[in-house]
Unconditional design. Structure first.
Length: 320
């Protein structure tokens, strides 16, 4: 049986309102708007977001402005600054330490410094690391960030156990970039007005670069990265990995479930899969006719996965 509601004039703003009898709002004769304006004095354990910001950032499918800086274009596979800032705002407070084990040209550090966090990143490619360092050197918050030129598997040489508050990264996709040539949609220029999209170039020629490994080798390498990330992260903290599935049609592999493999590696390292957000990139990717006119019909992969993991002792493992 529904609770009885009575009408009244709001004691603060004077508008007509109603509330269930016995509620605090009825006892104080407050409309919904005025009742909701009370200061929330509860401690904020995770971040500094208001309730409305918390809800706004909780969409499971999200688009992000994709205006890329000059250095991001040189890297080719950087995630947007808006994505980095959102994740850092959600999972950290000011003054906390953000770590990116695959720093690239430094988007994670740039976002962290802008939001008043500390940041550290490891990058194997000296050219990318230099681009990241240049922006730090020009920042008034330069003392709050560090770029380390090294293999990320050496992270324990630079980070103490349980010293990191949040991890944000996007890993290399095995030797995918070495198997992709030309520009995306380039062969349809005779039939369409769609502008070609340049594919990212290989990150380096270094043998220990995960981007130069076979898929199975890369998964083994990422397993080690996850294991060490787990060691340096604080308990009850989060790690966000931005990944995308792909295909290797040349080897007759129609679909590579990369995000599923990354989830498996993370869970085997001790993390809990906490959330999955779909990063909708279709507004920036032209649709092309894949497989036409054969019997092979392929979807355009126009999204990435924002995988949220948590290091926690308070969750339970799923039953297999």
């Amino acid at each position: 049986m529904a609770a009885k509601k009575l009408a009244f004039l709001c004691s603060q703003c004077g508008v007509s309102a109603e509330a269930p009898v016995g509620t605090e709002r009825y006892e104080k004769l407050l409309c919904k708007d005025c009742y909701g304006k009370r200061e929330d004095k509860r401690p904020r354990a995770l971040n500094e977001l208001s309730g409305s910001e918390w809800a706004k950032f909780s969409k499971s499918v999200e688009q992000y402005p994709d205006t890329r800086s000059k250095k991001q274009k040189l890297h080719g596979a950087s995630f947007p600054m808006s994505l980095a800032k959102q994740q850092i705002e959600i999972y950290t407070k000011k003054g906390e330490l953000v770590f990116d084990p695959f720093l690239g040209v430094g988007t994670t550090i740039d976002a962290a410094l802008e939001l008043g966090r500390k940041a550290i990143g490891i990058e194997l490619n000296p050219k990318f690391a230099q681009l990241a360092q240049e922006d730090i050197d020009n920042s008034i918050f330069r003392d709050n960030a560090s770029v380390i030129v090294d293999d990320t598997n050496n992270m324990l040489n630079y980070l103490s156990e349980e010293s990191v508050d949040f991890i944000l990264t996007s890993p290399p996709y095995a030797d995918l970039l070495r198997n992709v040539k030309g520009a995306f949609a380039y062969k349809w220029r005779e039939h369409s007005d769609v502008d070609p999209v340049e594919n990212p170039q290989p990150y380096s020629d270094l043998p220990n670069d995960i981007g130069n490994m076979t898929y199975e080798e890369s998964l083994s390498a990422l397993q080690e990265v996850f294991r060490k990330c787990y060691i340096v992260q604080k308990n009850e903290s989060y790690a966000v990995w931005v990944v995308k599935d792909f295909r290797n049609v040349k080897k007759n592999i129609p679909y590579i479930n990369f995000h599923g493999d990354v989830i498996r590696l993370a869970e085997e390292s001790g993390y809990f899969l906490w959330d999955i957000r779909i990063y909708d990139q279709t507004q920036f990717r032209p649709l092309v006719c894949l497989g036409y006119p054969s019997r092979n019909y392929y979807l355009n992969i126009g999204h990435s996965y924002i995988l949220v993991f948590k290091k926690t002792t308070k969750a339970k493992r799923r039953r297999v």
